[in-house]
Design a protein around this ligand. Sequence first.
Ligand SMILES: [Zn+2]
Length: 189
Amino acid sequence: MAGEDDRWMRLAVELAWRCPPSETAYSVGAVIVGADGTEVSRGYSREDDPLVHAEESALGKLAGGDPRLAGGTIYSTLEPCSRRKSRPRTCTELIIASGLRRVVIAWREPPLFVADCQGAELLSRAGLTVDELPAFAAQAAAPNRHLGVLSETYRGGSPARPRCAAPSATRCHQVATLCEISHFGTIAA
Ligand SMILES: [Zn+2]
């Protein structure tokens, strides 16, 4: 199962790199896999609409109530959104309504656009299984470097010598997740 998870998340990361870059939204990839272990759908941010999210795009390619969704899994490089301005329903709500039973994420949403993303928490509360693959966090974050989410570490010097560039303990605490991801990315590279 772990090997399968890695395989699908690798695909989701590849999809994330296809996103047209945006200064106001993340680049995310998502793959939906049925209970039988075969791919049902895939999507990425801004795939065919400047506002569409990856999970929304993947789900949107299927008819509502598609039987392959029941008991299936969605792999997303980023924690599904729990608040958004551009659409009436969040990806978290869409996933809960879809019949999918498991959500696998690589990267928790950093507090860049939304202070406290509760996607994982809400999905768990709705009875879905939420699994994180932290080994993929750096790869999931990498297509978002243009947002500056990783620049705290990278700006200061060579990525080969990781260090936290935050000037104060307070600031470092605020970007703690990003800081860890940056370090991880450098170590993994
Ligand atoms: Zn979303």
